[in-house]
Design a protein around this ligand. Structure first.
Ligand SMILES: [Zn+2]
Length: 93
């Protein structure tokens, strides 16, 4: 049983692949056909999760400091990376 589902970022549906994929096994989106090796997918999803967490922290800081003149949150805008793969993170739960 997996704790989370690897998904296609464009279609937001689970990727298809072996039940217990090896790093070199290919995972594929059944709708748009985007595919990559499991190790590449996992690496990308890890980056995605890090980005999402950073966004979440930024939002929390912004909310926490809203209207307070003595605190300026310095944000570092980064170019939005486009991910092919994602996981369904439940950050708000
Ligand atoms: Zn897709």
């Amino acid at each position: 049983m997996t704790a989370f589902q690897l998904q296609c970022a464009a279609c937001k549906i689970p990727l298809e692949g072996p039940d217990d994929p090896e790093p070199e096994d290919v995972l594929r989106c059944p709708r748009c056909g985007v595919e990559d090796r499991t190790d590449n997918v996992v690496a990308e999803v890890r980056e995605y999760a890090k980005d999402r967490m950073a966004e979440r922290v930024n939002t929390m800081l912004r909310d926490a400091t809203r209207g307070k003149k003595f605190l300026d949150v310095v944000e570092n805008p980064r170019p939005q990376r486009v991910y092919r793969f994602m996981i369904d993170l439940d950050l708000d739960g």
